[in-house]
Design a protein around this ligand. Structure first.
Ligand SMILES: Nc1nc2c(c(=O)[nH]1)N[C@H]1C(S)=C(S)[C@@H](COP(=O)(O)O)O[C@H]1N2
Ligand SMILES: [Mo]
Length: 233
């Protein structure tokens, strides 16, 4: 597996975007660049290597666009793609904000997987976007991080274990079945992973926080109402 590191990510994002890209950091640029050569914290580095068991994919011929039902607990939020920003923060060395222009410069990943909703339906879908592990490489979670919290524009929340979040098939998708991701399915950016049930796949993700503890009431919208937290498939 070709693993993007922080230095490569910054090169991809381009020198011109470095000021913006690192804009939310308190340190100055010299300190940031100095830190690029720091070794990864051990637990994060180990997880990147360990959480690689790939889930077999489906062939394109079994993609079934009509089988994927829209499942949204409330209203579809209105997000202007021009104004959209993904905030990545928490216990990380380099908290940041990325807009769609920058996010789309990161390596593109695509997969065909089965989406399983606990309400009794499933669908084979192709998702395209970026790997969450590539975003983790950019912000560098500190030692002690065990969970990832996701905030969405419709106020939906969810939380994942770090190993699942760093799985190579855990994507933040901006493409579905070969087309730009439809708004109802979570545009501009949604989670997609073959290792988790449908309710773990947050749509309209606007915030990703790496944390050592899940705050009170922060397990997730459905999980706080009794759904199983891990939600594995
Ligand atoms: N922000 C947000 N994400 C969400 C939901 C939601 O209501 N809001 N519903 C979840 C559930 S239960 C499922 S099955 C999938 C449905 O994704 P789809 O509407 O693209 O089929 O989104 C998940 N992600
Ligand atoms: Mo669901």
């Amino acid at each position: 597996m070709n693993q993007l590191n922080r230095r490569q990510a910054i090169q991809l994002l381009g020198m011109s975007s470095i000021g913006y890209f690192l804009g939310s950091c308190t340190n100055d640029l010299t300190t940031q660049v100095g830190n690029l050569s720091e070794p990864l914290n051990q637990s994060f580095g180990e997880l990147l290597v360990r959480s690689q068991g790939l889930i077999p994919e489906f062939s394109a011929s079994v993609i079934d666009p009509k089988a994927l039902l829209i499942n949204t607990y409330d209203l579809t939020p209105k997000i202007d793609p021009i104004d959209y920003k993904l905030v990545i923060d928490g216990e990380v060395k380099f908290p940041t904000e990325l807009n769609l222009f920058n996010l789309k410069k990161l390596p593109f990943a695509s997969m065909i997987m089965q989406h399983v909703c606990v309400e009794g339906w499933a669908a084979i879908v192709q998702w395209g976007g970026i790997r969450l592990r590539d975003l983790a490489q950019i912000v560098q979670p500190k030692a002690g991080v065990r969970y990832v919290l996701f905030g969405s524009a419709d106020k939906y929340t969810d939380s994942w274990d770090l190993a699942s979040a760093l799985h190579p098939q855990t994507l933040l998708a901006y493409q579905m079945n070969g087309q730009p991701l439809p708004v109802e399915n979570g545009a501009p950016l949604r989670l997609a992973a073959p290792i988790k049930l449908g309710y773990k796949q947050s749509k309209w993700v606007t915030k990703i926080s790496f944390v050592s503890q899940i705050p009170q009431g922060g397990k997730g919208y459905w999980e706080e109402q009794g759904y199983e937290w891990f939600g594995g498939i």
